[in-house]
Design a protein around this ligand. Structure first.
Ligand code: 2E4
Ligand code: SF4
Length: 330
């Protein structure tokens, strides 16, 4: 029998689920437990097919818009990415019982936007066009109050009504380095622009990018576990490339990789986006262990202890079934 070649694996840490994702998934699970199926979820609760399909198997029904929901008496959950104000208004008009799984760190950006608007400032949002978080943040304010920019080039093209009365905010899952360059350009063009306390990129995004940076230059290849529509996961792959590991791929499941194609490399780095469950990382390790003799090192750059409280209805002890039903249909 031929010997399996050696392969060193660096597991980046922190990786995978963040506090906002944990909370969002828990909200769907608890809602299913308390109110029974179906529970409707507007948009993928987090951008991961494995998570979505596991919840579907237990009775969650995923829709993109509320008008796809025909029953008015079932709970509705809003995804972790946040929603425009209008969605809440529409839910209330239909008398839905809803639970908001918007990450509290996304809600914080919504509140910043409102404060700037109340103070008469025009708002520049740094983010990716069409992403649900960006749609949700822009949808906190009337049309025209927020201008989206994506690049340094966009900064140069900005033509604000009052350049002396501007504020910037951002999506939570951006590249820390790209954002820094955009903010520098903003400050250069608009010295009076009001900034967030630090920035709006969340702790989990920052830590996952730092962990990838700490490993990339020692890796011959890197695998980032995550979905193509996951902004934070896409950014991890880019950070891996720009930090020295040009052979970096974003994959959803072990079945998507040709393990044999990694023959000849000595060190493989692995990380996972904030929406990717650890079981998918384990699945990849198993696939590699079948062909290589692995030595695994975890390279941790930070400890994460943060957690967010659940929405009020789920914090209270479960009521007898009849009362829960009344709550879910009130
Ligand atoms: C909400 C905010 O935003 P992204 O595309 O990275 O979302 P994903 O579902 O992949 O990750 C969780 C999440 C949700 C991150 N920030
Ligand atoms: Fe919240 Fe950050 Fe996780 Fe997004 S990545 S859900 S903003 S903690």
């Amino acid at each position: 029998m031929s010997e399996r070649p050696n392969l060193s694996v660096i597991l980046c840490a922190p990786r995978g689920f963040c506090a906002g994702v944990d909370r969002a998934i828990q909200i769907v699970e608890l809602a299913l437990q308390r109110y029974g199926a179906p529970v409707y979820v507007r948009h993928e609760i987090v951008h991961n097919r494995f998570v979505v399909e596991s919840l579907e198997a237990r009775g969650a029904v995923f829709v993109e818009e509320l008008d796809e929901i025909e029953e008015d008496d079932r709970p509705v959950i809003f995804s972790a990415h946040g929603i425009p104000k209008q969605v809440k208004t529409d839910a209330e008009a239909r008398n839905f019982f809803y639970l908001d799984a918007t990450c509290p760190l996304v809600s914080k950006v919504h509140r910043e936007a409102e404060i700037h608007h109340r103070r008469g400032r025009d708002i520049v949002l740094i983010g990716h066009k069409g992403h649900p978080e960006v749609v949700g943040t822009m949808g906190q304010l009337p049309e025209g109050a927020v201008t989206l920019i994506e690049t340094v080039g966009d900064v140069m093209r900005l033509e604000p009504r009052d350049p002396g009365n501007l504020a910037w905010i951002s999506q939570t899952t951006l590249s820390v380095d790209d954002t820094r360059a955009i903010v520098e350009a903003l400050r250069e063009r608009f010295p009076d622009i009001v900034s967030p306390h630090k920035d709006d990129i969340c702790y989990a995004t920052t830590n996952r990018q730092e962990a990838v940076k700490a490993a990339a230059s020692d890796c011959d290849a890197m695998i980032i576990v995550g979905a193509p529509n996951s902004s934070n996961s896409q950014r991890l792959r880019e950070v891996a490339v720009s930090s020295g590991c040009t052979r970096s791929v974003l994959i959803q499941r072990a079945r998507d990789i040709d393990v044999a194609a990694f023959a000849g490399i000595r060190t493989l780095g692995i990380s996972a986006g904030a929406s990717a469950p650890e079981t998918l990382v384990e699945e990849i390790l198993e696939a590699f262990a079948a062909r290589f003799s692995l030595s695994i090192e975890t390279r941790r750059i930070a400890d994460e202890t943060i957690s967010f409280p659940l929405p009020r209805p789920l914090r209270e002890p479960a009521n007898p079934p009849a009362a829960e039903k009344a709550l879910a249909t009130s």
